[in-house]
Design a protein around this ligand. Structure first.
Ligand code: NAD
Ligand code: TDX
Length: 331
């Protein structure tokens, strides 16, 4: 099987490529990535002889058309992915997440290539803290930020192309990922690398906000399961029952690194900050047999801390840039 992986030099996409090489060694992998600030081309260096890497944008219709024609499956991870950046400058989010997805859909329609579209639980908006409800595949989209609105738009385009043009596609909406190779602008790696540098964690607002954490390898195993066993036209929610407040995540990180429990600061809240996300992944489990392997967030975070400790050269330059941006945003 010939796979075209968009965004394969970013956090989840690069972990996906490494996982596929390990678990499905007979699949051939091409990466299409614009190598934005969020990419780290170093990640794919050790497997350079096994992966074809093309630097280019999913918004480039001709490039996308030619590549889609040569592959059996497109796994579409490429996106602008950070909420804080989308509040600062929304245009790259509209361009990549909406126009880029449109280009992929048109190419897939022309060539009959199978598509798996990667999306997020944030398209469903947020839930109240005390609400027992969780998101399901039937939850209506109700995005809050420019980022999640562009992801919801992309999801709607994919669903319309399935219905109107009968493209062979599946979608998945996953909860918050953590693990190795995540950009240091994101919550968990920002705090881990800060602690390693002697900087106190920064909690937006009260820190009561809840995210449903899943290890990136569990997400990617679910993506492989949907590619192999998902029903064409279907949407699958991916989650590992990992609901934890931001305050509790910080508490675990402080404990694992031997810092006092009160060694963190509250900073200004994110505008429009979603309160809680929670995923009901029973459809995925029933239809594909997928189950998460990482069931202990504390153990997963301990491994993640070890990875950032051992790979400072991987994140050092990005850390300087990310903190410069946060200083400008006042967070
Ligand atoms: P990331 O920001 O780490 O990586 C995104 C990658 O896409 C980067 O390598 C970047 O260079 C590339 N890219 C950006 N614009 C591009 C363009 N125009 N053309 C080609 N490549 C481009 O993001 P991530 O966290 O790995 O997220 C990957 C996907 O998973 C996204 O679609 C995101 O919405 C989705 N998702 C993320 C999470 C999460 O917790 N991080 C959860 C659910 C879903
Ligand atoms: O310094 C921080 N302090 C803090 O309290 C940062 C960077 C974040 N936060 C909070 C905001 C969120 O409640 O932590 C939580 C997680 O923040 P992010 O890592 O920015 O993730 P989030 O906004 O939840 O979105 C993530 O999950 C869904 C990804 O970035 C998206 O790409 C994905 O779709």
């Amino acid at each position: 099987m010939r796979l075209l992986v968009t965004g394969g030099a970013g956090f989840i996409g690069s972990n996906f490529v490494l996982r596929v090489l390990d678990q499905r060694p007979d699949w051939a992998v091409t990466v299409l990535d614009a190598m934005t600030y969020a990419a780290n081309p170093e990640t794919l260096q050790p497997v350079a002889d096994r992966v074809r890497v093309i630097e280019g944008s999913i918004t480039d219709a001709d490039l996308v058309d030619g590549l889609v024609a040569e592959h059996d499956v497109v796994v579409h991870f490429a996106a602008e992915s950070h909420n804080d950046n989308s509040l600062d400058d929304p245009w790259p989010f509209v361009d990549t997440n909406v126009i880029g997805t449109f280009r992929i859909l048109e190419a897939v329609r022309r060539h009959g290539t199978r598509l798996h579209h990667i999306s997020t639980d944030e398209v469903y908006g947020d839930l109240a803290l005390e609400d027992p409800a969780r998101f399901t595949e039937a939850t209506p989209v109700n995005p809050s930020s420019p980022y999640s609105a562009t992801k919801a738009s992309a999801d709607l385009l994919v669903r319309a192309w399935i219905r109107s043009f009968a493209i062979r596609a599946t979608l998945s909406n996953c909860s918050n990922n953590y693990g190795p190779r995540q950009h240091v602008e994101k919550f968990i790696p920002r705090q881990i690398t800060g602690i390693l540098e002697g900087v106190r964690p920064k909690l937006y607002g009260s820190g009561a906000n809840v995210r449903d954490w899943i290890h990136v390898d569990d997400h990617n195993d679910a993506v492989i399961a949907v590619i192999e066993r998902g029903r064409l036209g279907g949407t699958y929610l991916i989650g590992a029952d990992g609901e934890t407040s931001n305050r509790d995540v910080i508490a675990i990180l402080l404990e694992l690194t031997g810092k006092p429990a009160d060694w963190y600061d509250h900073v200004d809240d994110r505008p429009g900050h979603d309160l809680r996300y929670a995923i009901d992944s029973s459809k995925l489990r029933a239809e594909t047999g997928w189950e998460p392997r990482y069931r202990d967030l504390r153990a997963g975070l301990a491994d993640t801390i070890d990875w950032y400790r051992a790979n400072e050269s991987w994140w050092r330059a990005a850390k300087l840039d990310a903190e410069r941006t946060y200083a400008r945003l006042g967070r």
